[in-house]
Design a protein around this ligand. Structure first.
Ligand code: ADP
Length: 288
């Protein structure tokens, strides 16, 4: 099973003729709301990939729809707490006619996940289960320590990148996943190549160029599936959910990477985020 301590956001998309400047009031031509947050996206991906996935998180009183949607998508939502005195996480995303965007983020309930919620979720975990975390919540270090004492497999997606957060987590990690930009930032911050971090498995996703797997200090590259991208948002989150779900099922890492690569490629051919993360059947049946 996978226990994912992660963010849950309401993504509000406003389509605007141009991005608003200081003091400007602008009419949106359309609006839509979707489930988002790296945490929720990864939980949905792992669940759709067939893993039992328990999300550990929090929303506000405004977040019932988000919990319902995650449940529909197959996520175990029993460890998502509803807080009454704070709004859920939000991303206000303005998208202009040229596809350019600007985003305002509110952490909201994601930064108030009660320690008790985390402890009670992990008390259900068995040795060998996976703890996954990203950097859109607090309590990462305490949770990693707790997970280590329970003999869990600890995976971390270092996004949004924060040098202090990832370097503090490093000693606890079995698995670290970064995109190319984050990998460069980490090398800059630590002065160490990914091979020298001391984490058993490091994955660097390379967009259309596939992914690099560094196992015990030795790197191997895997090419991406050839597709024409439509919308690359959520590709990394989908890849992460899939690779960990496959590992949780006991597949060897090469096969986990191959499956995650197919899921990521299929995802970039779809417009949208959590709502369109492909399920295992679609990924298996996709022809590239
Ligand atoms: P992030 O969204 O975190 O920046 P990437 O862009 O590296 O992550 O994408 C994650 C994975 O999704 C890649 O490793 C690859 O397998 C797949 N992917 C992303 N973009 C493409 C693309 N244009 N063509 C094929 N596969 C892609």
């Amino acid at each position: 099973a996978i226990y994912n301590l992660g963010s849950i956001n309401a993504d509000y998309f406003y389509h605007v003729p141009h991005l608003p400047g200081p003091g400007e009031t602008l009419a949106a031509t359309s609006m839509s709301r979707g489930l988002g947050g790296k945490g929720a996206n990864m939980s949905v991906a792992a669940a759709r990939a067939g893993a039992h996935t328990a999300h550990i998180g929090a929303v506000g009183g405004d977040g019932k729809w988000a919990i319902d949607r995650m449940t529909e998508f197959g996520v175990d939502t029993r460890h998502i707490t509803t807080l009454t005195d704070t709004p859920m996480g939000q991303a206000l995303i303005y998208v202009d006619d040229a596809g350019e965007n600007s985003i305002v983020l509110l952490n909201g309930a994601n930064f108030q996940i009660p320690k008790q919620t985390i402890a009670s979720a992990l008390s259900e975990a068995s040795p060998g289960d996976t703890l996954l975390m990203q950097n859109e919540t607090l309590s990462q270090l305490e949770t990693a320590k707790m997970a280590r004492s329970l003999d869990l497999y600890i995976a971390y997606a270092a996004a949004p990148f924060d040098a202090a957060a990832v370097t503090a987590a490093l000693p606890y990690l079995d698995f670290l996943i970064l995109n190319e930009v984050e990998a460069a930032q980490l090398e800059e911050a630590t002065g160490k190549t990914p091979e020298a971090l001391g984490v058993t498995d490091v994955i660097i996703t390379l967009g259309a160029n596939g992914a690099r797997w560094i196992h015990s200090g030795t790197a191997r590259d895997f090419p991406a599936m050839p597709v024409t991208p439509v919308d690359t948002t959520g590709a990394g989150d989908t890849f992460t959910g899939y690779i960990l779900a496959a590992r949780d099922r006991g597949l060897p890492m090469e096969q986990c990477i191959a499956l995650a690569m197919r899921a990521g490629a299929l995802m970039v051919t779809r417009q949208g985020t959590a709502d369109v993360i492909p399920d295992l059947k679609d990924v298996d049946e996709a022809r590239f």
